[in-house]
Design a protein around this ligand. Structure first.
Ligand SMILES: [Zn+2]
Length: 237
């Protein structure tokens, strides 16, 4: 009888937990995996350094289990940067390397709603409404040209800075507190942008981290990754 009850309990647990994980919206309770297990795997690297050869695959969590300290379940604290159905059209784009330094570009039609991947406080709003190349900014960036165009920086609770650039319109102001998943921007082609796209940059203590493993994890497993554990290279060309 006891084992039947235990089985029933675990089934009920499964039934209650699963929709939380799959829905991935706001104001949902943490899953049972919100507490890191005592012993962890590769993602619980406490060395403080991130090896350049750490593969994306090694950092993609097992969706069926609980995870190390570098992995944070999607419990309302995370969001994809745009509508899922648009990412569905080319999920490989989540892994594309960025030119020159760690960041991520998503080529997307102007006017696409852009969501905060992580909640936090809007620290900077950028409002340069022109396109770098149309304005003749050149390599040096003359006449007040700004690389980001219309964009913003959100600082999360850990102090990590999340930059979003090249928008066509911004929906928040400096000082606003935004939730993960809140629409903050409409995508565009402002700033130093050769084609309409969204640019995302994650800075931990001023150092750019690779958004790609995080975005892939959010898309495939609805699970976030602590940005302080993201690699600092291997995602640019
Ligand atoms: Zn970029």
């Amino acid at each position: 009888m006891k084992s039947v009850l235990a089985l029933t309990g675990s089934l009920l647990l499964g039934i209650t937990v699963l929709p939380v994980v799959l829905a991935g919206g706001d104001s949902q309770p943490p899953t049972a995996c919100g507490v890191p297990p005592a012993s962890t795997d590769v993602v619980n690297d406490t060395s403080g350094s991130v090896a350049s050869d750490t593969s994306v695959a090694a950092r993609v969590p097992d969706p069926t289990g609980c995870f190390g300290s570098g992995i944070i379940p999607l419990d309302g604290g995370w969001s994809l940067p745009g509508p899922r159905y648009l990412i569905d059209r080319n999920p490989r784009a989540l892994g594309y390397p960025h030119e020159g330094y760690p960041a991520w570009d998503w080529i997307i039609r102007e006017g696409t709603p852009i969501y905060a991947v992580r909640g936090g406080r809007v620290a900077v709003v950028r409002t340069w409404p022109y396109n770098w190349w149309n304005q003749g900014c050149g390599a040096a960036g003359l006449n007040g040209c700004e690389t980001c165009g219309i964009g913003l920086a959100v600082v999360d609770e850990q102090g990590t800075v999340w930059n979003y650039c090249h928008g066509s319109d911004i929906l928040v102001q400096v000082g606003d507190i935004v939730r993960a998943g809140q629409q903050i921007l409409l995508s565009g082609n402002t700033g130093r942008s050769g084609t309409p796209h969204l640019h995302i940059e994650i800075r931990v203590d001023g150092v750019q981290r690779c958004p790609q493993p995080l975005l892939r994890s959010l898309y495939e497993y609805l699970i976030g990754i602590d940005p302080t554990t993201l690699p600092i290279d291997g995602c640019s060309f």
